[in-house]
Design a protein around this ligand. Structure first.
Ligand code: S3P
Length: 168
């Protein structure tokens, strides 16, 4: 299989954006972040979109955004944590699951980073969402990386895996 793009999935705060930027740099590919594109197009941040238009509206934007982005090839794409749950990731995507434990995620996120994420406001609800989602992440992924350590310690594992694959 020849893949068109590398798509990073995983729960909120698992490090998809940081990993994606670093991978794109090392692989000489363009980095694209779905949430950032949605925010730019809507001229509004994710929390505001959730508040003013609702989650369902945001999910439709996500599906459209990933469809549009994947018209191009050879990119590293970071998705929002709910995208693989609510949207279909286009075929020919090499899907990498950034797998961090829930308590590790909570420790990693600053208050500012938490405040940006409407679904992370209530910790017990967020934990339930985490438990609900992990099986889907695992099923969709071509590759899963243990992301419970610092990014520097696991990024080379993803890098080595990708080098063995055929990605445009
Ligand atoms: C969401 C994750 C967020 C963002 C939105 C919803 C989710 O992205 O898309 O707040 O449903 O998990 P990150 O995974 O980058 O935090």
């Amino acid at each position: 299989m020849v893949y068109d793009n590398i798509v990073l999935i995983g729960f909120m705060g698992s490090g998809k954006t940081t990993v994606g930027k670093s991978l794109a740099r090392q692989l000489h590919k363009k980095f694209v972040d779905v949430d950032t594109i949605i925010e730019a197009k809507q001229n509004s941040c994710v929390a505001e979109i959730f508040e003013s238009k609702g989650e369902e509206y945001f999910r439709k934007l996500e599906q459209k955004c990933i469809n549009d982005i994947t018209q191009k090839k050879g990119q590293v794409i970071a998705t929002g944590g709910g995208l693989p749950i609510h949207s279909v990731i286009p075929e020919k995507s090499l899907i990498v699951y950034i797998d961090a434990d829930f308590d590790v995620i909570l420790k990693r996120l600053s208050t500012k980073e938490r405040d940006k994420r409407p679904l992370l406001q209530d910790t017990s609800r967020a934990k339930a969402l985490y438990d609900e989602r992990i099986d889907t992440y695992k099923e969709l992924a071509n590759f899963r990386v243990d992301a419970n350590q610092s990014i520097q310690t696991f990024i080379h594992v993803i890098f080595d895996y990708i080098l063995d694959q055929r990605v445009l």
